[in-house]
Design a protein around this ligand. Structure first.
Ligand SMILES: N[C@@H](CCC(=O)N[C@@H](CS)C(=O)NCC(=O)O)C(=O)O
Length: 241
């Protein structure tokens, strides 16, 4: 009988990439992790695009469910939460609230902080300085973090009293505010939520798989990290990514 873990995860050390790792570590689910190397453009290799038509990480294959493939990090979190019946409430209104905050992350916090990071950490150092884009994405990111701060004013977790997949989705993005150069000054409830999640052993383990990137969280040599990160996302002449 095969002893291979049911869940095969393809991922990289990025904010979206860590979301399923956080879930699997939190749930104590055994999994196999295959790192995807952006420097080698593995995310757009034919074999990988057959799994993930978008050519991005993360992706999971569930060997316990006829090799069912799931792409899109929010959908992966939802699938895993349903499969293992954890970090997602059963009651319909509470469940909807989790979905709302998960969508808020997928449609807002991820894309906006992602662009703030892209223009400052990848484009600018490679000669594409765009002050208007930077100002727009940093301002919109701050606004979204203020929304989270208000939501967390009377709650321990983003959708209520319980820690759910919505927190797991929001945490890597919001917590990497130093990399996006977005201030969280005055956002006390958000900072308290960061402290609550920072302290979770499963999150601490997850952020080292497939490797740690402490600069995303404002630790270590940010300049050296920026150079290393830009090498993963080299801009070719006449292209925007
Ligand atoms: N909406 C997708 C976004 C995935 C995504 O953009 N992943 C990034 C890493 S955070 C990636 O694969 N980048 C590789 C590239 O840009 O070629 C999801 O949430 O899964």
């Amino acid at each position: 009988m095969s002893t291979r873990p049911e869940i095969h995860l393809y991922t990289a050390a990025t904010m979206n990439g860590w979301k399923p790792v956080i879930f699997l570590e939190e749930a104590g689910v055994d999994y196999e992790l295959t790192p995807i190397d952006f420097g080698k453009k593995e995310q757009t290799a034919d074999w990988y695009v057959k799994l993930n038509p978008n050519g991005r990480i993360p992706t999971i294959v569930d060997r316990g469910n006829d090799d069912f493939v799931v792409f899109e990090s929010g959908a992966i979190l939802w699938y895993l939460a349903e499969k293992y019946a954890v970090f997602l409430p059963q009651e319909s209104k509470a469940r909807s609230r989790v979905l709302q905050w998960l969508m808020f992350q997928m449609g807002g916090v991820g894309p906006m902080l992602g662009q703030a990071m892209y223009f400052q950490r990848i484009a600018a150092p490679q000669g594409h300085q765009d002050d208007y884009a930077i100002e727009r994405y940093v301002r919109e990111s701050r606004r979204l973090l203020e929304v989270m701060n208000r939501q967390l004013a009377d709650k321990a977790y983003i959708s209520g009293d319980d820690y759910t997949v919505a927190d797991m989705a929001l945490y890597p993005w919001a917590r990497s505010f130093p990399w996006a150069k977005v201030s969280v000054d005055g956002l006390d409830h958000l900072q308290a939520w960061f402290a609550r999640l920072d302290a979770r052993p499963a999150i601490q383990r997850a952020l080292t798989k497939p490797k740690a990137f402490p600069a995303f969280f404002g630790q270590g040599d940010m300049e050296a990290a920026q150079v290393a990160n830009a090498a993963r996302f080299r801009i070719e002449p006449n292209k925007s990514a």
